[in-house]
Structure formats: C-alpha cells, structure tokens
Ligand binder design. Sequence first.
Ligand code: ADP
Ligand code: MG
Length: 350
Amino acid sequence: LATPMAIMVGTGRGATAGVLIRNAEALERLESVDTLVVDKTGTLTEGRPEVVQVTAANGFSERDGATLAAAGEVGSEHPLAAAIARHAARLSIEVPRADEFAAVPGKGVVARVGGRRVAFGNAAMMQDLGVPLEGIADAAEALARRGQTVMFLAVDGRLAGVVSVADPIKKSTPEAIAALHGEGLRIVMLTGDSRVSAEAVARELGIDEVRAEVLPGEKRQVVAELQRQGRIVAMAGDGAHDAPALAEAAVGIAMGTGADVAIERAGITPVKGDLRAIVRARRLSRAPMRNIRQNLFLAFVYNAIGVPVAAGVLYPVLGTLISPIWAGAAMTLSSVSVIGNALRLRHVAL
Ligand code: ADP
Ligand code: MG
C-alpha cells in the first residue's frame, strides 16, 4: 500500500497539472536526469511551418516553383509538405498531378510531374542528386542564418528555385528553457534541419549543444552516444521518427500534440505539448519518493511497537499485552495513516 498509493496519487497530481506519467520508473528516473535532448520541430517550435519566400532560378517563375514543389509534396505527410500546400492554396494554384512519388526521410521528396523529374528537399538531397547549388548557396545561407528552413527545387536535374520556411518558436519555449536550466539540466537540440538554421534557433534560445543534419534513423544513436558518455538522458520529441530515440532514453517524453507512436513509447507526456510541463514533472518526481519513505515508516512503526508488546516484552514489567481488538485497530490505523499521507500528494505545488 505504501508504494502504489504514493505512485497513484502522484501520477494523478501530474495528470491534473497536464503531465501524463506512464509508470513509476519514468517518474523515478526523471529525478536523476542531467541532460535533456529536444527535437526542434514541433517540440521547441510550433511545428506549423509557413512559407516565407520562394526564389526562382534558371528561367522558372516563382509561381512555377510553388506549383512544382506543391505537386511533389502531394504524397508527403511531412509538416513542410503541409506548409507548401497551404502556400499553393493561398496563391490559388491548381496543383498538377504527380506520380512515381517517393519520400526520402530526412531529405525531401521526388516525383514525376507532367513528364518532368521534380526533386524537392534539403542541400543534402541536391548533393545526392548531383544538382549544383552555386549562385544560390549564399542567399540560402542568409535565410538559414535567420533560423529558416531552406529547401531546394530541382527540375530534370537543374535547380529551379529555393523555398524558405519559418516555424515560429512556441511562446512557452524560452521560459521552459530557463526553468530547465534552473534545474541544472544540459539541453541538447536534435534536428534534421541544416546546421546553420539549427544554430540560429539554438542561439536565440540559449541551448547548450546542437546536433543538426541528423537523419531520422540516427536520432536513437545520438541518445545512445550521450548515455555512453555517462549522461542520464531524457529525450523529448513529437514525431513518429522520434519514437526509437524516446525508447532509448532513460526517460522518453512525447509531446501530447505529436504522433501516437511517440506517445506510446514515452514514459511522460505533457498533454498540451508544453515543455514547461517537464519542469513540473521533475518537481513531481521528488515528492512521491519522499512520500513512499514516509509511508514505509508509518507502515512499520505500528508493527515495530505493536508486535513486541503483543508478544509480551512489557508483560513482566507492566503486565501489558495487546488485546486482539487493539491489534485490529492498530492494523487499520496504519493503513489509514499511509493512505492519509499519500493523499497529501494531491496538494504538492508544481
Ligand atoms: P526534423 O528533425 O526537423 O523533424 P526531418 O528529419 O523531418 O527534420 O527533415 C530534415 C530536413 O529534410 C528538413 O529540414 C527539410 O529540409 C528536408 N525535408 C524532409 N522532408 C521533406 C519534405 N517532405 N519536403 C521537403 N523537404 C523535406
Ligand atoms: Mg520531425
């Protein structure tokens, strides 16, 4: 009773504060975490990018660029694809049909649009396809330095345009970062985005370390590597690609606004996708452990006194024994004390 009551009331307290806790281990481990790895898109940022600018190249118009990018993204579920689609809709573009669609995780998409080979994605994708970026690389870097995500459009192997997208930082993020630093945590940002744009965001937020241009499949390895260095890592993410990294970390934290797979793998889920909930969860993690110790004391103190007295240690001196009625009452009282103490957790300040 001493342990499950504290865990149950503690997780209930978490739930009322907007933090879902899967099990006691997650809560217990969170107390010892010293490093928080956070995914950028959807965790630090809103996860709802919007197109800022389309720059055309090599005789294509901006409208061609927006049209072909939108056609290429039709089969993609990536948030960037949604941004491209919204942009095309704003310009009342009728998106042409695309076939032979393929998504390249962490890089972009390729498709065939009206007989033309369209590729849309990051610099690494252009490099893989052998599309030269000279002439545009400086402009692209300037956009990235402002924290924007820059994507390149290639048509039949030639650069046709650059699309830059901005994903605003969540309003709660700066305060959350400050509070997490206050807890003594080292914060590592993990993202598939380019180094330049990742560093721009990290600088703005005062993040300690940046791991950029990480492919979706490599996120788990980054967590594993930090743990090998002796860090105790909590990983916060929202995407389906983050799920293996969440499972690898000592504590997986899934944004409640994110993918279901991520939530399934996570020990802790801030319901509203608010990072400040991690600080609350950490404060909460200390209270039940202390409460369990108090409960164990309360559970044993009755026995430690009652059993020897009942066995007759005081009988030769005082003639005292414990009648079954008092023994029964003490038994009940010990349970009541434990429950009463555990219920105090409902009022822990978070
Ligand atoms: P994150 O870690 O930020 O979620 P991803 O691994 O999903 O990033 O993607 C990394 C980069 O690959 C993006 O910043 C973008 O440049 C490019 N990319 C990925 N998917 C797409 C797509 N569907 N369309 C265009 N670019 C994409
Ligand atoms: Mg992502």
